[in-house]
Ligand binder design. Structure first.
Ligand SMILES: [Zn+2]
Length: 149
């Protein structure tokens, strides 16, 4: 998947973006010349699909997208919708990840790993679960409809 900045005729660079909890994913592509950002938003089911393709996104070449598709995805000043994420990391109050759970998380494509991690962490927090284990991940997946993540 490639996005071209229409005005600069430059290929946009992949930037990973995430939204919390609700399974929504945003992938952003930024023009290195003018800084314009195009964002792709997906619902949880589409996110799953993207997760299975995730390793290819941002580096390698997928199909060219018709410009109309790109135009329809151009984010309109929603840049700061993502900004709130940055302060959240390193708060240190989240649940513990067991070694096995960490192994499993490490197999999630990096493209969506942060989002997946947050979904499980939120799930654990909401239920007062102190340690995230593969069994808990299974329970969360079936309960949240995230099979495959
Ligand atoms: Zn540009």
């Amino acid at each position: 998947m490639k996005f071209l900045c229409v005005e600069c005729d430059r290929q946009m660079e992949f930037e990973e973006r995430q939204l919390p909890g609700d399974g929504t994913l945003a992938a952003a592509f930024k023009c290195p010349a003018c800084g314009r950002v195009v964002a792709m938003l997906t619902n949880p089911m589409e996110t799953q699909l993207v997760a299975s393709l995730g390793v290819k996104i941002g580096g390698r070449t997928l199909e060219e997208q018709p410009m109309e598709t790109v135009r329809s995805m151009v984010a309109t000043g929603r840049e700061d919708a993502f900004a709130e994420q940055d302060g959240e990391r390193g708060a240190g109050s989240g649940p513990i990840w067991s070694g096995e759970a960490q192994d499993r998380l490490s197999r999630v494509p990096s493209f969506v790993r942060g989002m997946v991690k947050r979904i499980y962490a939120d799930y654990a927090k909401e239920r007062g679960i102190a340690e995230i284990t593969p069994a808990m991940m299974d329970a969360a997946r079936s309960e949240l409809g995230l099979e495959g993540m």
